[in-house]
Write a protein that binds this ligand. Sequence first.
Ligand SMILES: *Cc1c(COP(=O)(O)O)cnc(C)c1O
Length: 821
Amino acid sequence: MASQKYPIEKIAFIVEANAYLTRKDDDIQYLLFDSRRIEVASLSLFFALESNRDGHDFVIDAYRKGVRNFVVKKSKVSHSTLSDANILEVEDPLSALRTLAAFHRSQFSYPVIAITGSNGKTVVKDWLYQLLSPDYKIIRSPKSFNSQIGTALSLWQMSDEYNLAIIEAGISQPGEMDSLEKMIRPSMGVITNVKKAHFENFKSKKEKVLEKMKLFQGADLLIYSPEYINGDSLILPQTKVFSWAYEVNADLKIENRTMGKGGVQAIRACYREKDYQIQIPFQDEASTENAVICWSVLLSFGVDPLIIQERMWSLAPVKMRLEMKQGLNNCTIIDDSYSCDISSLAIALDFLQQQKQHDERTLILSDIPEIGKDKEKTYKKVAELLENKGVDRLIAVGDDLKEHAALFKANTTFFSNTEDFLKAIHRSDFKEETILIKGARSFSFEKISNFLASKIHETALEIDLNALENNLRYYKGKLKPQTKLMVMVKAFSYGSGSYEIANILQFNQVDYLAVAYADEGITLRAAGIKLPIMVMSSDSSSFESMIEHNLEPEIYSFELLYLFIALLSKKGITSYPVHIKLDTGMHRLGFETNDLDNLVELLKNNQQIKVASVFSHFAAADDPSQDEFSKQQLTTLCSFTDNLSEELGYSFMSHIANTAAITRFPAAEMDMVRLGIGLYGINRFVEDDNYLERVATLKTTVSQVKQVGPHDSVGYGRKGRLPRGGQIATVKIGYADGYSRRFGNGVAKMMVRGHLVPTIGDICMDMCMLDVSNIQVKEGDEVTVFGLEPRIEELAKKIDTIPYEILAGISQRVKRVYFYE
Ligand SMILES: *Cc1c(COP(=O)(O)O)cnc(C)c1O
């Protein structure tokens, strides 16, 4: 993504590679490590990195897609298969990537701010960008690109069009900072805060802090708070510091905070023995801290305190994630309307490309602000991106885009500004398509998104797709490399969605999907899902449509088997894949072990079907007291499949493990595992808990707030009482949304404004009431029904059920909204 190019020979020299160059004239502009995310193949250098999966396995895929330049580990890739490619062999491709990024960074002498800390990095980075933009041309890391690879890619974007860089540096493993320091070599460091939650891999907070300090070895200035770290013992003597604090002495000492109307806050602080005040449009603790950190940075940059006041007042919230939701005329809207630069555009286009539910893809794009002198070059790059990412229609808003209209291929409409666009379009201009809305803040594209999105009935299940990917990676990481992964997306993916989830799984190359009914599979096929799909509750009436949509039935009885074979022969189909279910103790569906001989006889010389897999299901994989029984189930399945495959003379996959078994019985991995609830971040084992992330958060809104007296009652049957009187809030969720009546009368709590508050009275069909006595709550406030807190596991326990039931029971009228960074 850098705007300059490096000859491949020069890169070979920089990273000290053993180079086999058959194309000495190739220039490199893009660094690539994921063969699915190619921007311009001919200008890309592919680094075969080893993370969860070995990048060397994707070299061929990248080659097929036109990439001809590779950095690989010595003797991992044979030159003869890639005879017309440039191959750079190194000891460690990751370290070569770092070396290249470090070299590139060293070409620039302008300031580089590095931000690290447990929370707030991305917000501080984006706010500094907002606050310093009037004075500087800033390059910053896109979104929350803060891994080692992300940092390298961020630095790679530095060019002489800018004069300030702001880089986010995450850290999760001891020892990482050293290599980050060599790459970033920041001139200024910012430590946001240091929290307990991020210590898992470190011995202590002190070790963590020491580690972070390494990043700033060469920095001229460090900004920190003595309330998080003890500067005396940790900060290097030669580094200048600027401190901020609420309670103890500091360069910027917060004296006083006052909350005003409309969410405004005034913060008064003392700096160089003078009092200053800023106002910010936020009141929560995290935003306050982030604002104070930015204030410190601006003061140390020498920005006039009065100008700071002005700029702080117009801070805009940082919406870090793009949001996917239902739109009008059955469109899918991907809303990324808060920022617009080339790198975040590339990320959003990747996401657009992943979503295959509609054939048509439309992009609504604004001018890209702050691109310096060479607009032509930038828009050329944009046009190239659109072509590579399969955008069918472009709606371009802004004069710069209009000016460069010649660069864009057919089917583009140009508008000067957002108002013109809104005046000209019609609701019927959009139908059955996926629309990405990508605009810079000044273009107010939220107006477009409001126009196109169907109205959200203020109760929504929010699905965090990054968390889902994280959990997928976590479970993949537990498996042997050759073990296949089937993901259970039955029951609307445990309530979280259909093709939205399947698209992400397909993009992440899982091996199989499983649904309960043929209908669910047909919906997935209609949305462009090409993965093999197993249907668990197949019945003869759906066989026709299963064949038509290439869905693979689970066969659990002789009757089904006969009927299916008969249908296949009628149609003249052979070798159709089926999955044989064996009952090993669950006693739900399946053949019995003593059916073996009959099964063999039926299948042995049969041409119509081909056994793709034989499987069974654990009855109690999560219960240690039943481990003997579980082991017996596994043994039973193994001996059955051994016998069957010997008799049939061919091999097929065997599988039995669900989520709990993946964690508890590595021996039951067999050829494939069936991941369900764990993907959604729910699990019962402490060892997984540190790594899994919450996928689903159910949110609703306050419709009204009321005062009630000691003799009043609340709701049906007059069950809710507040003996001392108090305040209640009515919220928009009831049992018709899947919020069980059993949660009423204080059994469950919800989170409002940082407080957990109990339900009061019975749950109604479409709403319920909360006791919010002594809490400042107003109409329109957001309420968390479950998520980080309260956790769905706790809620389930309270009404004596399991999270599966609550998730799967959230009704279809509750909108699903998807977030992705
Ligand atoms: C639902 C299901 C799974 C997944 O179970 P989890 O406990 O959610 O991991 C696996 N196999 C079968 C047959 C299932 O029905």
